[in-house]
Design a protein around this ligand. Sequence first.
Ligand SMILES: [Zn+2]
Ligand SMILES: [Zn+2]
Length: 391
Amino acid sequence: MASTCTICSSPNAKDCARCHSARYCSPECQQTDWPCHRLLCSQYATHKSSSRPSPSHYRAILFSPKEDKPKLIWLECKNEDSDTGGRFEMPQYRKYLGQYQGRSASAEHKMIQKNLLRGRSLANNLEVVCRETFLVDGSLKNQSIIKATQGGLYYDWRGPMLAFKENGKGLGTTTHLDMDMQDYRDIVDYFICYGDETVNDSDQHHNGSGKVKGVKISCQGDQITFGAEKYVSVDVPRSHMVFYSGTPPISELVGFPVRVRKYPPDRLWKDSEEAGVYKNQAATFLHLETDKSSNRWGWVPMPWQNEVGSVLVVRRDGQDVTTQQVEALCEFCQFKMQPLFENGLGAGLVKMTREEVMGYMTPARFREYFAELREKKMDDDAAWITASLPK
Ligand SMILES: [Zn+2]
Ligand SMILES: [Zn+2]
């Protein structure tokens, strides 16, 4: 349990180097968490247990409507006698909920025992306390939740939301625990799923859990520094940001639409003096502009010319993709189409019109190219013998 991935629950995950509280099995899982995780990572790293005001204070997370990120707080949980004679800890949350009509706002409790988005049961209850009337009492939209969820919400969360952790599961817990960065992810996923009926226990397919096969195209820096292969098959969580990225136009035209996203540069080569560590020609030419009415036709947009680095490619429809399919698409762009675009721009060996060039970017032409490439590659690389076209 201690080393399972915060995103996909795979074993043998490694700690976030800064907060040591979230864990990831792969760079793809870490990137999936990052837009949310970064809002609290350094706060967590400096939120020392030694600053705990008393043994009955526990680390909790306050999502304030007016802040642009959540905040770690020490929540006091006072020891009280219960009716049945035992003792229990009563969280002192009132002051975080504010007033309503001149009195303390009444509270609503939401108990969370499962992360539906990632299909996992929680080891301890998480609880969210909010104003009972937040939808109708003029409470403001909760900006820190909007930020943490990247706006991917179905529900209209308003007013302050306070999250804390109970010690144990189910009803009848009496004590509390400090929240950690995995609990934070579980809470944010709860905010994301709430009210979304496509996310439920029985249906794993339409929700954010699970992974698909993507392909990493390694830049020079990764190839030289780590000996990485140019095309590497990687497992990509369905909630990865790449699924919000753009589609290169050629991939659309040849009937194999993909999405592409840059990896952050690796710190081992990012400041290298060596020229070309960011170079990734396959990814660059994949982005050739095909809009005939544009004066950028046949050119590569600026963001794909320099500082490209390694990139992640997935299929737009969320199906698996193989390294051979991505390689074929990239080689088609770089070695087949690029010279034809030159012709169309009057800079090539032959004179061609733009219409003639456009005629080469069809599903049929791509199938033809794929078959030729397979013929050429399979002597040296057995994986190509069984390589199949994207369906
Ligand atoms: Zn993972
Ligand atoms: Zn961290």
